[in-house]
Design a protein around this ligand. Structure first.
Ligand code: FES
Ligand SMILES: [Fe+2]
Length: 422
């Protein structure tokens, strides 16, 4: 007979101390102070590399996507030109500032401004000015779409507000980038996308997806029995990794999980799939490669469910046996956030696969709603002034690590100083 494992044999204790973080209560001010938010804007979001998507979203020369980066107060357009170069630009016409590209996405080799028809190539160069003869010495070379520093790492597109970024993306990602090198991002061509604006600080929303202590309280019916069991009733994480400002915790999955007797749809969808503790699954060769990567379930735990990976400052990638999903938390104001979640799914090859996807998406929507239910209430509580500090337990270590590094960037004179070891 197998011996029952103990909590101590499954979950690494003292993740906070291992990450060399203080165990004291943390200040509530970074979540509510307008002055702190302005420092985050200038010293963090205008100096850090920020990810805006994946290369698959620009599948062919001519593909483009537009977005607004609220914290920069800037509309942007990202293009793949005829030389396959991926480049972000300010989506701002050099004539009098109109937004040039209005579509959310599409394919175009050139863009024409909707105000006076100045025309640009998708590599940003200015092609044509109607009635050019009536202007005064316009230097067309200097009137292209203004480029934004853009780099691609493992298929993820990053941009930087600094004209000449103080550090390269490689330096910014540091050991995190090395740990994830060569990752096969399975099923990355198709996705289900969720977006919402929430009246809460961006860190309140990011924190909501950064710990599993809340699982028994807010997800009892959806994932309460997949992410917790009798041995680990409060869903303590199994391990944690910290690379400079970036971080990951591996969360606990109940290996004994099985759909309830009366959950007929779930039983049918998950029959023959040997991954009971996951939110979605697929058995393709691509997914096998993904799962074999040393950064996925790094301790090779039998009790593994999901690696919650937080790329500093506002990007989560969640790695699970069924694939990966991601979140971006875009600050709008000190107490408003635009939240994007994207779940990658494979093409369904048969009816069971289709049923499984439908169930997956329906469940996800339910779980995500549960996750954000408390965030606006939490923000109001933080702003009330009823307390000045928050108590964080060991399972909430990623929140503490985030606050520590945000504060370092906010206070640092240079990016090198912000990235320096403590
Ligand atoms: S503002 Fe774009 S053409 Fe005039
Ligand atoms: Fe949750």
């Amino acid at each position: 007979m197998n011996e029952m494992p103990t909590l101590a044999s499954i979950c690494t204790p003292n993740l906070t101390q291992r990450a060399k973080l203080s165990t004291a209560p943390v200040s509530a001010d970074p979540y509510r102070s307008p002055a702190y938010f302005e420092l985050e804007r200038e010293n963090l979001f205008k100096r850090a590399w920020l990810t805006v998507g994946r290369v698959e979203q620009l599948p062919e020369p001519g593909s483009f996507v537009t977005q607004t980066i609220e914290i920069w107060n800037a509309p942007i357009v990202i293009t793949r030109d005829r030389n396959d170069k991926i480049q972000a630009f300010y989506n701002v016409c050099a004539h009098r500032g109109n937004q040039v590209v209005l579509a959310e996405r599409g394919t175009a080799s050139r863009f024409s401004c909707g105000y006076h028809s100045w025309t640009y190539r998708n590599d940003g160069t200015l092609l044509g000015i109607p009635d050019a003869g009536n202007f005064f010495d316009v230097d067309k070379e200097k009137c292209g779409l203004k480029p934004i520093a853009t780099e691609v790492w493992e298929g993820w597109i990053f941009i930087n507000h600094q004209e000449t970024p103080e550090v390269s993306l490689e330096t910014f990602l540091g050991d995190f980038g090395k740990a994830f090198a060569g990752m096969v991002w399975g099923n990355s061509t198709k996705s289900v996308f969720f977006e919402a604006r929430l009246k809460a600080n961006w860190k309140v929303i990011a924190d909501a997806f950064a710990e599993t202590y809340h699982i028994p309280t807010i997800h009892p019916a959806t994932i309460g029995t997949t992410f917790a069991n009798k041995i680990n009733p409060f869903s303590r994480p199994i391990s944690g990794e910290f690379w400079g400002p970036h971080r990951q915790v591996s969360t606990f999955g109940n290996p004994e999980y099985a759909p309830a007797e009366n959950a007929m749809v779930e039983k049918l969808a998950y029959a023959n799939i040997d991954t009971g503790n996951v939110l979605g699954a697929s058995g393709t060769a691509e997914m096998q490669k993904f799962l074999e990567h040393s950064a996925v379930n790094p301790t090779r735990s039998k009790h593994w469910a999901v690696d919650v990976t937080w790329v500093f400052p506002n990007f989560h990638i969640d790695l699970s046996p069924g694939g990966f999903w991601s979140h971006r938390f875009w600050p709008v104001s000190v107490n408003e956030t635009r939240w994007e979640a994207e779940f990658h799914i494979p093409d369904a090859t048969d009816a069971r696969g289709r049923l499984q996807q439908e169930l997956y998406v329906a469940r996800l929507a339910e779980i995500l709603l549960e996750d954000v239910t408390n965030t606006e209430r939490t923000q109001r509580g933080i702003e009330s002034g009823a307390f000045d500090t928050m108590q964080l337990q060991d399972g909430e270590v990623m929140i503490r690590h985030s606050l520590h590094h945000v504060d370092k960037w906010v206070k640092a004179a240079t990016v090198a100083e912000a990235l320096a070891a403590d």
